[in-house]
Design a binder for this molecule. Structure first.
Ligand code: HEC
Length: 149
């Protein structure tokens, strides 16, 4: 009886550890998706004319993006050692082998945002801002993001 309890207890612990790891992977993915919402679903769509230019929405998206980018280093502190179930992208193991280099890709995104903040007033300046910021996102993705499917 006692042995059964120990075995079940160990199994439960194992299951909750796996769940915790999946939760970490989901949190990391959700942060990236939140950034994509600001940069792609708002800013990129506006540059393409898919939604109307809206100064308030631009300023709001940039503020959200700035806040989210500030969370990357901490959110990616722990290696979940698994991908989000059914995800299109995953993290390379290199993130945690070279965490300092991974983290060094964050300030350039923050600088790109700071540089355009308050200077976007029309479609032309929005387009330029989009490219400036997105290039810096990709500098990290090139090395640290894996396409899973
Ligand atoms: C310091 C590195 C780093 C920076 C900077 C970064 N990302 Fe990511 N991004 C990752 C990693 C690692 C993944 C793969 C793991 C994941 O999806 O959580 C990823 C995944 C993504 C995904 C795919 C999510 C999915 O699974 O559908 C999107 C979209 C994304 N990032 C958008 C952005 C945008 C927009 C920016 C810039 C504002 C940005 N990222 C900046 C590291 C970074």
């Amino acid at each position: 009886m006692r042995r059964t309890i120990v075995v079940v207890g160990t199994l439960l612990l194992g299951a909750s550890a796996a769940m915790a790891q999946q939760e970490i992977a989901v949190q990391q993915d959700n942060l990236m998706r939140a950034q994509a919402k600001s940069l792609y679903s708002v800013i990129l769509k506006m540059t393409k004319g898919e939604i109307h230019y809206d100064q308030k929405a631009v300023d709001h998206a940039l503020a959200e993006l700035e806040a989210d980018v500030g969370k990357i280093a901490k959110t990616f502190e722990v290696n979940p050692k698994q991908d989000v179930v059914d995800a299109r992208y995953g993290s390379s193991p290199k993130v945690w082998q070279n965490k300092a280099d991974f983290d060094s890709k964050i300030p350039p995104v923050q600088k790109a945002i700071a540089d355009v903040k308050g200077k976007i007033h029309d479609l032309a300046s929005l387009k330029a801002a989009y490219t400036t910021i997105n290039d810096r996102c990709n500098d990290c993705h090139e090395t640290y993001r894996l396409k899973l499917k």
